[in-house]
Write a protein that binds this ligand. Structure first.
Ligand code: SF4
Length: 1020
């Protein structure tokens, strides 16, 4: 079938499906896609969403309008044909007998059996509007909270458009503990998502830090991880626990839970002390040579600082101890940061002099407030064309056909200044005082020395020499000929699950940068950039003209006083505080919640969160099935499964893949794709989604799909080329086609047809100037566009898509010294450079606690058959993995009289749960590894579906949080364990039971598993 005839047929089929509405079982895809096996069987290329975290290309086999199998797509180069248990069991999920088919309303008070009754969509949406209106009128929009889970396609409205519609800043996000801290920190260091690593480009040294992506999701995972690790010259596993590939690794850094930051700083110390850093990168692209003046006080910094923009278009004031021209001369620029030039005398002999003698400056005036030379050094010569000069990458082991990408050579300073990294200098300030200043690098070096290997050995439990060996192996270039480093650091969620989340990410991001591994092949590159909305993780979330609410609303967010940086970050409010506020109404009432795939068990103390949900006046939950959260809801709305919907998809990480999730079958009964639900709500709420077109204020899904790819074009993307001579901008040429004039290449249907015919695109080929080029800080690509840029550009017209070299930080440099941290925590200088503190309830911080609670809990490991709390009701996955397991070292187990397979109690001051003992020498003797977010779908008789029995976050202190982003202390706290016996267990049964004594499913032969096999009734 040609593409043209495919498109035609697809359009006809789509039209027929629309006409039949919910009555049809005919797939949009049916009989339209090219790879026809038999008369009634089609194979649909699509993107799996069985977990939330990577873009595995799979094929769904559809027979007679029914999906019958999911299998790996061998042509999907980014996932290498991977199709894990979760993906294969997606058929059991889509056709599960417990899928929600209709909107439901509660008829009994909370705490009792809900008495769910089927209602119409009209009644459901009217009820929601009436209740939210009443609450808004009474308490204001901020009294409504939204909650969002991981990026599963259907969930992102809570993060953006719903906040705008409801005029609330209070959005609870799993993101707060799941990659959010690194994005938060990364935005401070060099850019949003800078931590994402291009593992797919096969780094020479593969550092797998705090996770086991060979088992399950993490950006590039499963087959790709195994392939990358086994082909790398060196594989380093950093993990308290011996993960599957850990035993194959060359180095295993078996650190104590939650000591990651200390280890990262120890590696930094090794790198600095052994000159393993990239000298030119450090001097030119970080703020390491900027000079710190410790004599500045608040008033001085206030007067000599400068405003810079937040996400919502409002401004915050940069107040910094970094020395600027405005500190030394009246009327000087606050954007010109001074450095000491080691080469000033030599240059002077050549006729190149600096305005301030031995000191020269970098101008960070990125918005052109004073002049347009922001982004350049005093007297600099620069041209975009020169910045691109380089060569193709030279990565070995790429897959056939995989694009290498272009690596510009690192541009030397021109003129040849040599910013000092070390030393102490005297400077006369504009008030006549002479003060001493030191480069940021000196402070960084001193901080790293506080965690020198022999000190870090005490903290982490790793022998000093092993730390030195691993750090040296990472940072010593294996092939210096390439001109770039060995690769980045693929750090995972362990570093975010504690009270050092932001500092850990900053320590790692800076380590990657100084070793020359930022935006290099196999390095940390940030989120894939392609001109489709897939890089925004869900087209339905982003209504034209709307993103984050205005500052006056944002600044009302709960938790902002406790966590000042949340006001800068603006993406989430503090979840643990919100749950408490639902009960306390302090500082103001939070009375309603809109939840889209969010899970209250993921972070915060789960018991506290549950109490919050039960106390609400009104709670609407969009879900695939009854789950613990729906037991506290007033209205439940049924949503579509991933095989039932269309969505653009680009790699959220650095894999550089572009494709789509393609609708294979119709959703069951009245289940709907949630962008449609939210659009219907917007209409009833009176919110104009698409104000630019009065005739189409509430566009349908087809419009949104077309819109999501409209910037994919044969026209060249707009960009700028800069020519700077002797520090003066002599030319800034606008190139490419202006956005408004670009012609879309495809309609959605054409895009899908192309995808079916040719498979996944490589973003490097789609946009060679952007994603196809490395070292974009040099060419301008880093500042050109990313997620923030899109928001700014589309919302407040203050986009900084200027293609200037550098980063989008206040200093336009990779910030080792964080001006964001400094301005928001001015009284705590220990925070400005990456730092580490012991976890609050572990033995290093509370040795006394260890007497009663001797074991350290870690959690959150990847399980091949589950994704966090998902898939517990699928017969195959549950058969394979029926119960939660706690891994215990066999010697520890023996000490406690625990044997393999015993149910054990795990207890802290905040709660206790039961899991099954799994004896494993791969966990240290003083650590236990618990599974997280367990609940029991079979226990429908109890509100909460039995989460109270085993959900691990009942054990945590709700108030133990990262001081900057609010991440909960999910790992690294003390607990005690003891065997569950008939005497110490309810119903005299060590196996957890419902309130009526019914035990959970705990064996693979439980007959209840069969009741969950797919059903095809009731879908029509
Ligand atoms: S790892 Fe995730 S995206 Fe990949 S096949 Fe498994 S469930 Fe699907």
């Amino acid at each position: 079938m040609s593409r043209r005839s495919f498109v035609k047929t697809a359009a006809i089929t789509a039209g027929a499906a629309a006409a039949l509405g919910a009555q049809t079982t005919t797939a949009f895809a049916e009989s339209t896609y090219p790879e026809v096996i038999g008369n009634d069987t089609v194979v649909v290329k699509t993107c799996c969403r069985g977990c939330g975290k990577m873009e595995c290309g799979v094929k769904v086999i559809v027979q007679n309008g029914r999906a019958i199998r999911v299998e790996g797509d061998e042509g999907a180069w980014q996932s290498m044909g991977n199709c894990c248990t979760k993906s294969q069991s997606s058929i059991q999920a889509a056709y599960h007998p417990d899928r929600l088919h209709y909107p439901m309303k509660r008829t009994n008070p909370k705490g009792e059996e809900p008495g769910w009754v089927r209602i119409s969509w009209d009644e459901a949406l009217d009820t929601i509007v009436d209740n939210l209106r009443e609450i808004t009128n009474k308490y204001g929009g901020e009294s409504i909270a939204c909650q969002v889970g991981t990026s599963r396609i259907w969930c992102m409205h809570s993060e953006s458009i719903l906040k705008n519609m409801l005029e609330t800043p209070n959005n609870i996000e799993a993101w707060q503990i799941c990659k959010g801290p690194r994005h938060f920190a990364g935005t401070m260091v060099s850019g949003f998502g800078c931590s994402w690593m291009e593992t797919i480009e096969r780094p020479k040294v593969y550092v797998q830090w705090g996770g086991a992506s060979e088992m399950s999701n993490y950006d590039d995972s499963c087959r790709t991880t195994v392939d990358v690790a086994s082909r790398a010259d060196v594989h380093i596993s950093v993990d308290p626990r011996m993960a599957n590939m850990g035993k194959e690794a060359d180095f295993w850094q078996h650190l104590h839970p939650q000591t990651d930051g200390a280890l990262a700083l120890a590696w930094t110390n090794v790198v600095i002390e052994n000159n393993l850093y990239d000298d030119l990168y450090v001097k030119k692209w970080t703020n390491a040579p900027f000079l710190v003046c410790e004599d500045f006080d608040d008033a001085w910094m206030d007067e000599n600082g400068f405003p810079t923009i937040r996400t919502d278009g409002s401004y915050w004031q940069v107040k910094t101890r970094l020395l600027k021209e405005s500190d030394i001369v009246e009327g000087g620029s606050p954007y010109k940061f001074l450095v000491y030039d080691n080469n000033w005398e030599e240059l002077a002999k050549q006729g190149v002099t600096h305005q301030y003698g031995a000191f020269t400056w970098f101008n960070a005036d990125q918005e052109g407030n004073i002049d347009d030379t922001g982004g350049f050094w005093e007297g600099e010569n620069y041209s975009t064309a020169k910045a691109y000069e380089g060569r193709e990458a030279a990565q070995e082991n790429l897959l056939p056909g995989q694009t290498q990408g272009w690596v510009p050579d690192l541009l030397p300073f021109d003129p040849a200044i040599d910013p000092a990294l070390e030393g102490e200098f005297e400077v006369t300030l504009k008030d006549g005082r002479t003060v001493k200043v030191k480069p940021v690098w000196e402070h960084y070096k001193a901080r790293a020395a506080e965690f020198a290997p022999e000190i870090a050995a005490e903290i982490t439990g790793i022998p000093a020499q092993e730390i030195i060996d691993a750090a040296t192996a990472y940072a010593t270039r294996i092939d210096p000929e390439t001109g770039y480093g060995n690769g980045g650091i693929q750090y995972m969620l362990a570093i975010e699950h504690g009270t050092n989340a932001i500092q850990n990410a900053r320590a790692l991001d800076n380590l990657v940068g100084i070793t020359g591994n930022f935006d290099t092949p196999g390095g940390n590159r940030g989120p894939t950039i392609v001109p489709i909305d897939g890089d925004l993780q869900g087209f339905g979330a982003w209504a034209p003209g709307a993103s984050t609410p205005p500052a006056e609303i944002n600044l009302k967010q709960i938790g902002i006083e406790k966590f000042p940086l949340l006001g800068w970050w603006q993406y989430w409010c503090d979840g643990p505080t919100i749950y408490e506020t639902m009960v306390s109404s302090d500082p103001y009432p939070v009375r309603a919640l809109w939840n889209e795939s969010g899970n209250f068990m993921s972070f915060a103390n789960t018991t506290t969160a549950w109490e919050g949900l039960l106390s609400l006046d009104f709670f609407v939950d969009l879900n695939l099935w009854h789950a613990p959260s729906t037991d506290a809801a007033d209205i439940i709305l049924p949503v579509a499964h991933w095989i039932e919907l269309n969505s653009p998809r680009a790699s959220q990480g650095s894999a550089g893949a572009m494709g789509a999730t393609v609708k294979c079958v119709q959703p069951p009964a009245e289940a709907r794709y949630d962008p449609e639900i939210v659009m219907d709500f917007a209409k009833r709420w009176g919110y104009e989604w698409n104000p630019s077109d009065p005739d189409n204020l509430w566009p349908d899904i087809q419009w949104q799909l077309d819109d999501s790819i409209k910037l994919l074009s044969d026209d060249e993307w707009p960009y700028q080329e800069w020519t700077v001579e002797n520090g003066k901008v002599v030319k800034c040429e606008q190139k490419g086609t202006p956005l408004a004039e670009m012609k879309p290449k495809y309609t959605w249907d054409e895009y899908v047809a192309e995808f079916q015919a040719n498979g996944w695109w490589q973003a490097k080929d789609v946009d060679p100037k952007q994603w196809g080029t490395y070292r974009r800080y040099q060419t301008g690509g880093i500042r050109a566009r990313n997620r923030e840029w899109a928001r700014l550009d589309y919302t407040v017209g203050k986009g900084i898509a200027d293609w200037k070299p550098g980063f989008r930080t206040p200093t336009m440099k990779q910030e080792i010294w964080s001006t964001v941290m400094e301005a928001h925590h001015p009284d705590d200088p220990s925070q400005f450079i990456p730092n580490w503190h012991p976890a609050p309830h572990d033995y290093q911080a509370e040795p006394e606690r260890a007497k009663e609670y001797p074991l350290t809990v870690t959690t959150g490991r990847r399980i091949p058959v589950y994704f966090h709390s998902e898939h517990r009701q699928l017969p195959w996955t549950r058969e394979l993995w029926p119960v939660p397991r706690v891994e215990i070292n066999p010697q520890t187990a023996e000490e406690y009289g625990i044997e393999q397979g015993d149910w054990v109690w795990i207890e802290t001051e905040w709660g206790k749960i039961r899991e099954v003992a799994d004896l494993y020498y791969g966990v240290p003797k003083n650590v236990i590894n618990c599974e997280h977010t367990w609940w029991y779908p079979e226990l429908s008789q109890d509100a909460g579906h039995g989460f109270q029995l085993s959900a691990v976050n009942q054990l945590i202190d709700n108030s133990a949080q990262d001081p900057h982003c609010g991440s909960s202390n999910l790992r690294g706290y003390l607990a005690k364990i003891y065997k569950a016996t008939p005497e110490n267990s309810p119903f005299n049964n060590p196996v957890p039971c419902a309130s009526d004594g019914t035990p959970i499913i705990h064996t693979s032969d439980d007959p209840r598993l069969k009741e969950w096999l797919p059903t095809y009734e009731g879908r029509e």
